[in-house]
Structure formats: C-alpha cells, structure tokens
Ligand binder design. Structure first.
Ligand code: MG
Ligand code: ZN
Length: 473
C-alpha cells in the first residue's frame, strides 16, 4: 500500500490558496496563525464541474468498501468542525468526495412498527444501514416485536468470501459496530454479565450470547476499538462455558492485543482483536464544556490528550486496511466509526466533539489515500443520526435560549458560538431527527445523490459488492 503522510493541517487553506487572489491568500495565512484578518473572505467560486462529475461516475463493481460512520455526525457537527479547524471557507477531507446527498434516518416504533419514530438511536439507525430494514430503538439487526435476525452487510460480505473489519473509538460492543456482527433485542447486552434485558439470548439459555460473544463468534478478521471489560466477562454456556470471551477468541484463532505498539507491529494473516481501552477509547481534545448564559469561552481547545497507549482512529483505519488488503484475490468490507462525536455532543463538550470530528476526518483521509491507488474501492462517509449542537448568533442578555453555550475561536480567528439546548443544562443532550449528509466516491457512489433513506445505503453497498442480497433490493 502506498500511503502519503497525513497533512490535514494544510488541507483546507491549500485548496483555497490555489483558487483565490493573493490578498485573500495572505489573509488566510494570517488567520491560520491567529494574527487577525480584516479582509472579507469569500469561498472560491466553483467552476463548471460537469466533466469532473461525469468522470467520477462509475456504475461498476467494487472490490472493497470502506464505510465511515460518524456517530451523531449531522450537518451541524460537520460545519462546526470545519469552521474551527480549517475555517469557514476551508474544506475537510470528508468535504472532497464527489457525490453527496442527504438521507433520512427515522426509525420505527416498537409498539407499532407501522409508525415512524422520528428521532433514532444508534442501534436502530445502524440496523437500517447494516441490514436495509428499519427497526425500533435499542435493537441490533433484529425485527421490531418479533426478534427475527436480519442479515447484515458484514455477514453477506463474509458469505461472498470477502475479508471483513470493524473499527471504532467506542467499545466494540457499542451499537454502531455491534449492528454488523450481532443480532439481539437490546444494545445494552454487551457482555455475558450484561444480559438482564436479553435473557433468551444468553448462551446458557441456548441463545447466541452477548454482543461480545457474537462479535468473536462471527470471526470478523479485524476488530479494533475499546470495551475490553466486556470481553473479560465469563461465558455462561456453550463450548467455551467458564472461559472469558477473550479466552474464547484466542481458542478460535484470534490474536488479542491491547496497546498501540502491538498494533503497529501486526503483520497480515490470521484474525485480530485489538482492545485498547477498558471502556470507550480516550478523547483526542479537551476544553471547557458549554455552560448557561453567557456560556464558556471564548476558547481554543487543548489538543493531543489521547493516551499514548491508544492508537488514533486514523492509525487503526490504516492498519485495518493494510491487514485486510494483503490477499490480492479477495476484497474487503471495512466499517470505521468515529463514535465519540455523539458522546461529546450528549455531554455538551464542544472541544471533545470537534476533536473527535477532526480525528474522524483524518480516518476519512486515510481511506481516500487508499482509494487513490485502488479505484475499485467504494468509500462512503456519513453519520447515523443528527445531534444537538447548533451554531447560533452570540447570545444576548435579553435574548438567549435556556440551553448551554460555548464560544470557540476558529481557524478564521473569529468567534463561533455553539448552543446545546435539547435537554436541561447538566443532563444528556438529545439526538435530533433531521436528515443528514452522505458522501461517496468509487463504484456505485452516485447513488447517494438526492434525498435517499438510510436503508438505501445497505442496497447501495450490496449492489457495489455484488452481494447475494442485492438481487432482492
Ligand atoms: Mg456509535
Ligand atoms: Zn447518542
């Protein structure tokens, strides 16, 4: 594989510099060093892109698919990260894919699956893109009411002989990765000791076990993320009863690692389970959480706070691709989740949220660099549901919402005020129900254009990989 060095710090300004007058260039350079900038800046005027888009059209077959999911990555979260990191006229890596659209993310009500629930959770929304079927809150790749398992993209890819990978900054048993390799009626049933909401799924009851057990039993080739404590729990039935999930993984052929240096030393071949944190993996950035009026800030975030023992999402993505791609006869299906965008949005923690979005964007850049030399790769970048953060005018003494605020100093050298107001201050902020962004390049990528539904992403990937299911969709 030929990967170039990541240069995300110059990506946005450089793309603009090539298209703008020198005075604006100077202004951008000044802004980048936070020396202030008084000139009015304008985004570059786009030329006629018809030929470029026509050239990017590809209705062919994909050898491999890299699906990058930003949990809670709505249009607000993208714009906030862009403004902060590369300025309003800059562009992130995820902004550069040729085809974009919006997709709807509603789920269905458990009590009456004929009715929509307009605000989804990550389990039901992941079930939609992973299986092509809508389900109700907290369910993972099972039908509402009836608990029927729904076949997933990862399972179909395995049946086709593709190698598979699942990477996240959350616990590997968290909803987004879990939807690909577990079928269970409640997302909280993460380890064998967590099975109170799912008694019939216990191995001792003849079921397939917790999410951790099902993840290992699925023999996914590359599993990287957090959640070690779930895999340290003891299995209560079946051939590995009395052993931990980690012990059962080793018995089934997995190499199990827990530190970043071990990941970089891994060579292709065999199955890999990387568990780099007891729970969720560490955050990239920190800063002042949002507060009641007048809010926190103005602030710049503190970067580089991730523990050195933990690999970044970009490093995990690069390694996963390297490990999955070693067999020239077989393509792969890889899911990469930036999980804590959502978690820091819930916590009204703007620096945490932006840092995770920037880290997710670095993983997108890794995928795009791979695709640059592997044109038969479909790359899809999207979220699972919208979230709470909003860019608002500076709150005024008489005019401000009852929510919490924080003002960030962006790469433009300007103030950007964010508001979190979907719950009471101090409580977990809520998901929201708007349609969200989807972007793609490679075979079948143009099918993201327009307003589609989250379930159509399943069909798109199944068609691109010529999976068995695409004939029925
Ligand atoms: Mg998630
Ligand atoms: Zn959430």
């Amino acid at each position: 594989m030929e990967f170039r060095t990541l240069r995300s710090e110059v990506r946005g300004p450089r793309s603009i510099i090539s298209q703008t007058r020198s005075s604006i260039t100077l202004c951008l350079l000044l802004a980048a060093s936070f020396s202030g900038c008084t000139a009015v800046r304008h985004a570059p005027i786009a030329g006629d892109r018809t030929t470029d888009l026509a050239r990017a059209l590809n209705d062919g077959h994909a050898r491999s698919v890299i699906l990058l999911i930003g949990d809670g990555l709505g249009d607000s979260e993208i714009t906030i990260a862009r403004n902060y990191q590369v300025g309003a006229a800059g562009r992130l890596a995820l902004d550069t894919l040729p085809f974009t659209g919006e997709y709807t993310t509603y789920v269905v009500q458990e009590a009456n699956p004929a009715l929509p629930d307009y605000v989804g959770d990550s389990a039901a929304t992941a079930t939609a893109w992973a299986t092509g079927h809508k389900t109700s809150h907290a369910r993972l790749s099972t039908t509402p009411q009836t608990d029927e398992p729904l076949k997933t993209l990862l399972e179909l890819a395995q049946e086709k002989g593709l190698r598979t990978g699942n990477v996240t900054t959350a616990e590997l048993t968290d909803a987004t990765p879990a939807a690909l390799n577990a079928h269970i009626n409640h997302r909280n049933c993460e380890g064998p000791a967590d099975m109170a909401p799912c008694p019939k799924y216990k191995k001792s009851a003849g079921g397939p076990g917790s999410i951790a057990e099902q993840t290992v039993d699925h023999h996914v080739d590359v599993l990287l993320g957090g959640g070690r404590s779930r895999f340290e729990q003891t299995i209560d039935g079946g051939p590995y009863a009395g052993q931990t999930v980690i012990q059962s993984a080793i018995a089934q052929g997995y190499t199990v690692i827990g530190l970043a240096p071990a990941l970089s030393a891994m060579q292709p071949g065999g199955m890999l389970l990387g568990l780099f944190a007891s729970g969720d993996m560490g955050l990239e950035w920190r800063g002042e959480p949002a507060k009641r009026y007048p809010g926190s800030g103005p602030q710049r975030c503190v970067e580089g706070v991730r523990p050195p023992s933990e690999p970044s999402l970009a490093v995990m993505t690069r390694k996963a691709i390297e490990l999955l791609d070693h067999d020239a006869r077989r393509g792969f299906f890889l899911q990469v989740e930036g999980a804590a965008i959502d978690k820091r949005d819930h916590a009204a923690d703007p620096c945490g949220q932006i840092g995770e979005t920037v880290a997710f964007d670095a993983a997108v850049q890794v995928a795009l660099e791979y695709a640059a030399t592997h044109a038969d790769t479909l790359v899809v970048v999207t979220g699972d549901h919208a979230h709470t953060s909003q860019i608002i005018p500076a709150p005024q003494p008489k005019d401000h919402s009852p929510g919490v605020f924080s003002t960030l100093i962006t790469a433009d050298g300007a103030n950007m005020t964010l508001q979190y107001a979907t719950n009471l201050p101090g409580r977990s902020q809520e998901h929201t129900g708007t349609q969200i962004h989807i972007a793609a390049q490679g075979p079948q990528a143009a099918n993201v254009v327009g307003v589609t539904d989250q379930t159509a992403l399943f069909a798109l990937i199944a068609r691109a990989l010529s999976l068995e299911a695409h004939r029925a969709t």
